[in-house]
Design a protein around this ligand. Structure first.
Ligand code: GLN
Length: 264
């Protein structure tokens, strides 16, 4: 099960966010602490997206199809690059899905960076109806033939139509959860100013300080400030101020089933 992280706050070296922390994404790539029975390692690629300080240009994305620890070029870039808005992910490919760099989050369009931690049950048949709601050109230009890339296309379609990001994520989790019960749909989205994240079938935790918000599948250290996001909720917030929670769970009773331990 992939792991992801988003950060908003004072500029930090990418290495300090992603590589250096004791239980950060680098360590989670070979020794994650909370996989909930879904896979054991996250070695099928990684990606990191970040914004320039003034957010006036689109975010930069670096991704690759090798384990995070094996990319010396990224390690070098991370040692000299600071950013105050970052989304990073490591991938554990779901069985049957290709191991290619284009399947690695973050997915991006305009100001957005997006990641999915999870899997869609019954793929691809369960998503035929959802896919049919998209413009054909969106389907022809999917980043990769994976559930995560389709989820991004569904979210992006709503963002382009001007749907509020929180509503877009709730709609997509709700409709996909209904069409494919038992799916794991932890979605993570940022525009460099706010983070939106869902907890739907997998762990999600946040660290809030006076001037920073971090949202992650697993806390990257053992400091006591990490707060779990309750299952079935959307969380959103910026670098300062309170993070807000909204239940996605109106549809919960109808669509949830127990997540099978072996699913990833
Ligand atoms: N199902 C997605 C993929 O294969 C994400 C995998 C995961 O979260 N383990 O790309």
């Amino acid at each position: 099960m992939c792991r992801h992280l988003a950060y908003l706050g004072p500029p930090r070296l990418l290495a300090d966010l992603v590589l250096a922390p004791r239980y950060g994404l680098l360590r989670q790539s070979y020794e994650p602490r909370d996989m909930r029975g879904a896979g054991t390692v996250n070695v099928d690629g990684f990606g990191v997206g970040w914004y320039r300080g003034d957010r006036t240009v689109e975010p930069v994305r670096y991704r690759g199809d090798r384990p995070l620890w094996a990319d010396e070029s990224f390690a070098q870039i991370a040692r000299v690059t600071e950013a105050g808005a970052v989304l990073a992910a490591i991938r554990s490919a779901t069985e049957g899905m290709p191991i290619v760099h284009t399947a690695c989050a973050p997915f991006t369009a305009g100001p957005w960076l997006f990641s999915h931690n999870g899997m869609i049950t019954g793929w691809p048949g369960s998503m035929a109806g959802a896919a049919a709601t998209l413009p054909v050109t969106d389907l022809l230009t999917l980043d990769a033939p994976t559930d995560s890339a389709l989820l991004w296309a569904l979210v992006r379609h709503r963002l382009r139509a001007g749907v509020d990001p929180a509503d877009a994520l709730v709609e997509v989790v709700g409709s996909v959860g209904a069409a494919a019960p038992g799916s794991r749909l932890n979605l993570l989205l940022t525009d460099g100013r706010q983070i939106w994240a869902t907890a739907w079938g997998h762990a999600l935790t946040t660290l809030r300080t006076a001037d920073a918000l971090t949202v992650a599948s697993e806390g990257y250290d053992d400091q006591p400030g990490w707060q779990p996001v309750p299952e079935g909720y959307l969380l959103w917030g910026g670098a300062s101020g309170g993070a807000r929670l909204r239940s996605i769970a109106d549809i919960d009773q109808v669509t949830r089933t127990d997540h099978r331990e072996e699913v990833r």
